[in-house]
Structure formats: structure tokens, C-alpha cells
Write a protein that binds this ligand. Structure first.
Ligand code: ADP
Ligand code: MG
Length: 446
């Protein structure tokens, strides 16, 4: 098992369970790297914790691990080793890395990332069709290199694997090299240390298809970029296909060599945009179906409306609902889904909004002076607006009841609680109120 798989699992768990539990118990676990793909060995700080974590979180960790890599059959916890043992460990670790380095063609493609399982919409269909064209005729289209860029969790890595999987299946004897740019960098450094950069280079140059994920990572790393430039040129001259991804358009990646950028321009840049509502619903439905999860449309729409920027998060939601339902054995209702999602939806908003922003936005929306909200004005209309502002402050910021009260003319915390309850109760029945709040939230979001 290697660290990148564990990082992926850990990320998935992080999206799916309570933050405190995650930060306390899961996040500090380290993977012990070895070549066994079926067993994930995790290192825990002390013996007491081994039992504790094993009893409480083993099932969950296994559940999520299988999502990332279905081969994983077992989770083991071991106690952290003493220093001398650790030294040994470091040594064996680099031996493993060396092994990988010796074999960059090792196909580590995720078989779940295929074109069939890639749902399209206006934001990604061009990227997908170009990727398919490249897969049909690697190195023979104008799209060489093909560079796919876009935000986190929008499907760049998925498309890269899909290209690899497709070529692997259709064409025999193509050497596909798939590497994150981090791995490329790491292997290169390792090669420098062992004075065999020539070998390193030759091995990459033997690819028929070279795919490097998240190329932005080598920006600012001089020698790595030079080496990559060299490999790139050799492959390109021989008509070998190169596919890259990055988190932003190459010309805006700081520290990326101009000569690399101009090489990239020989081919094609395509971007992936965040999915629209319909696409998000389609993705959710597809994922749910694969997990034999039957949900009514209103639930899919609820999730899709509330989780909008990142497909990985959409997936995480389905997994969370599954986990929740299997643990509690309860039916999946919209209310249950709301309660499962409430934390992640609020957490996101909580980060950036201040009470002053809320007061400004609410008073602008209801067309009343901000001072009316901040003072002990008792008119009924103002009181209502103030309750809305208090409600939003409680739900979407991290301020305590007490400090929220202070922002609204020095009211005590029980007044704030009352306001929150009142609005929470009314908003489900009162469409106008619901609209008001959604509109104010969308203003605050911008
Ligand atoms: P990126 O590399 O852009 O950060 P990933 O390719 O890792 O994003 O995608 C994150 C997750 O979302 C993956 O599990 C992937 O399978 C899934 N995903 C992304 N786009 C789609 C899509 N269009 N249809 C289905 N699943 C998708
Ligand atoms: Mg990626």
C-alpha cells in the first residue's frame, strides 16, 4: 500500500465524518508503505490508541478504503516504532520508492475511471470528446499535447485514467506511463541522488503515451522542469502522445517555464467547468445506482443544489448517506439527508461571512437602515428582519450566541435562540421567507 492511496482514503473519510473525530483520530494515522495491495497497515501513536481506534473506526476506514481501492481487504493497526526501528523503516521506504522509479510504466490506472462512467454536461463535454479522440488515435491527432485544466474535483484525473484505460483495452502493446507530477519530481530527485538520471530519462522516453497529472506541481522546480522539457521534446518528435492536467491554464501557473508553455501550445488546452445542476443530478444518480441506492428525485436535487462546486464532494455525499443508512438501518428520507449534510453545508459558509456583512445585506434587502437592526428598535417589521439576520448569523458564522446578541443592540443569548427557532420553524412553511433567506444567502455568497 502506498501513501498516495492512503491520502486519497483519508481525504474521502475527511469529507464524510465529523471533523473533530477526523482531526483527532483519523488524520494523524500514517500508512506503512509496502507492496501488499490488499492490506492497509496504519501506524498509531501508542498501544492504547491502537485498540481504541481499531474498535471504533476500523469498519469505517475499511468501508472508505474499498471505495478508493476495491482490492483492499483488511485494515491493520500497528503501534508506532521506536527511533531505531524508524530508521530502518525509512530505508525500506526509499527502497520501495526506488522500485516504483525503476518502473514508471507500471500501470496504476484506476479501472473505475472510464469514459463510460464519466457523466457529461456543458462544462466537460468538450474535454471528454477531445480525450476520446486522443484515445482513438494517440499521437495522431492535432491534440498533442492535450492539456486539461480546471478546478479541484472536476474530473481531470478521471479523464486521464479514462484515456489510459481506453488505450490499454483497444491497442495492444502501447506503453502507457502515468505519473503525477509529484511522483515525477520525487523519482527525479531520487535519480539525482543515485546518479542515474540518464536511466530515469530513458525510461520515461520509452513511453508511447505519457500522462502527467497536476503538472502545476513542477512549476518553480528548475531541474525537474528541464528534465521534463527534454523528455517532452523527445517524445513529441517521435509522435508519441502526451496528456497533461493542471489546476489552471498554463500561462497563469507561476514559475512554469515559458518554453514549456510554448511547447504546450503546440497542442490543445481544454478546460473543465463546474457542472451545472442537471449534470450534478445526473452524476449523483449514476453514483447512487452503482451503489444500489434508490433515492427519490427530491433528494438528488437537494444534494445537487447544496453541493455545487466539486464532484468529489458529491460522491462523498452518496457514500456518507450509504454509510449512515447502513449503520443506523434507517430509511433514507429528505430529512435524514438534510441532517447528514447540515454540517458540511454550513461549514463551508461559516468560514467567510461576518455578522456585519449579514447586517448590511439583510438591511439592504429589506430596505431598512442598518442601525435599526443594531438597535433595540421594537417595530414589528424591524423585529422580523432582525430575527432573519440573527438566524443567518447563527447558522452561517461561528460566532457564539452571546456575541451575536451583542451585534444586535446587546440582546442576550436567549433572544437569539428564540429568533433562530422562530425562523427555522417558519421558513419551511413560509415560501416568501424561504426565498428571502435564500436570496440573502446568495448575496452573501458573492
Ligand atoms: P480532479 O482531478 O479534477 O481534481 P477527479 O478526476 O479526481 O478530479 O474527480 C473527483 C471525483 O469525481 C472522482 O471520483 C471522479 O470519478 C468523479 N468525477 C469527476 N467528474 C465526473 C463526471 N463527469 N462523471 C462522473 N464522475 C466524475
Ligand atoms: Mg486530480
Amino acid at each position: 500500500m502506498n501513501e498516495s492511496i492512503w491520502n486519497e482514503i483519508r481525504q474521502l473519510i475527511g469529507q464524510s465524518i465529523d471533523t473533530t473525530i477526523f482531526d483527532t483520530w483519523i488524520s494523524p494515522l500514517n500508512v506503512i508503505e509496502d507492496s501488499n495491495e490488499q492490506i492497509l497497515v496504519l501506524e498509531v501513536k501508542n498501544k492504547f490508541l491502537v485498540n481504541y481506534i481499531e474498535q471504533r473506526y476500523k469498519t469505517d476506514i475499511l468501508f472508505f478504503s474499498k471505495k478508493v481501492n476495491p482490492l483492499i481487504k483488511e485494515i491493520r493497526f500497528v503501534q508506532k516504532k521506536t527511533d531505531t526501528e524508524n530508521n530502518f523503516n525509512l530505508e525500506s521506504k526509499s527502497a520501495i520508492k526506488n522500485k516504483n522509479y525503476n518502473n514508471p510504466h507500471k500501470i496504476n490506472l484506476n479501472s473505475n475511471y472510464t469514459f463510460d462512467l464519466f457523466v457529461t454536461g456543458p462544462g466537460n463535454e468538450f474535454a471528454k470528446s477531445v480525450s476520446m479522440a486522443v484515445s482513438e488515435n494517440p499521437g495522431k491527432t492535432k491534440f498533442n499535447p492535450l492539456l486539461i485544466y480546471g478546478g479541484v474535483g472536476l474530473g481531470k484525473t478521471h479523464l486521464l485514467h479514462a484515456i489510459g484505460n481506453y488505450i490499454n483495452k483497444k491497442l495492444i502493446n502501447r506503453r502507457i506511463t502515468f505519473s503525477t507530477s509529484e511522483e515525477f519530481y520525487y523519482n527525479f530527485i531520487e535519480a539525482i541522488k543515485n546518479s542515474n538520471t540518464k536511466l530515469f530519462s530513458e525510461r520515461y522516453q520509452r513511453s508511447d503515451v505519457l500522462m502527467i497529472d497536476d503538472i502545476q506541481f513542477i512549476a518553480g522546480k528548475e531541474r525537474t522542469q528541464e528534465e521534463f522539457f527534454y523528455i517532452f521534446n523527445t517524445l513529441h518528435q517521435q509522435g508519441k502522445q502526451i496528456v497533461l492536467t493542471s489546476d489552471s491554464p498554463p500561462n497563469s501557473i507561476k514559475g512554469l517555464h515559458d518554453r514549456l508553455i510554448s511547447r504546450f501550445q503546440w497542442g490543445l488546452f481544454v478546460d473543465i467547468q463546474p457542472p451545472d445542476l442537471e449534470t450534478r443530478v445526473a452524476i449523483l444518480k449514476m453514483k447512487a445506482e452503482r451503489d444500489n441506492l434508490n433515492l427519490p428525485d427530491e433528494i438528488f436535487y437537494y444534494i445537487a443544489e447544496n453541493i455545487s462546486s466539486n464532484i468529489r464532494e458529491l460522491e462523498g455525499t452518496i457514500i456518507r448517506i450509504l454509510a449512515f443508512a447502513s449503520i443506523t438501518k434507517s430509511d433514507i428520507t429528505l430529512d435524514l439527508v438534510k441532517s447528514i449534510l447540515v454540517d458540511s453545508i454550513q461549514k463551508k459558509e461559516k468560514i467567510k461571512i461576518s455578522i456585519d456583512d449579514i447586517i448590511d445585506t439583510v438591511s439592504e434587502y429589506y430596505k431598512i437602515p442598518t442601525n435599526n437592526l443594531r438597535e433595540k428598535n421594537r417595530s414589528k417589521e424591524v423585529a422580523h428582519c432582525r430575527q432573519v439576520a440573527m438566524y443567518i448569523s447563527k447558522m452561517y458564522t461561528k460566532y457564539s450566541l452571546k456575541s451575536i446578541g451583542l451585534h444586535f443592540g446587546g440582546r442576550d443569548h436567549s433572544t437569539v435562540i428564540h429568533a433562530v427557532k422562530q425562523i427555522a420553524k417558519n421558513k419551511d412553511k413560509d415560501k416568501i421567507l424561504m426565498n428571502d433567506i435564500n436570496y440573502i444567502l446568495s448575496k452573501l455568497g458573492n
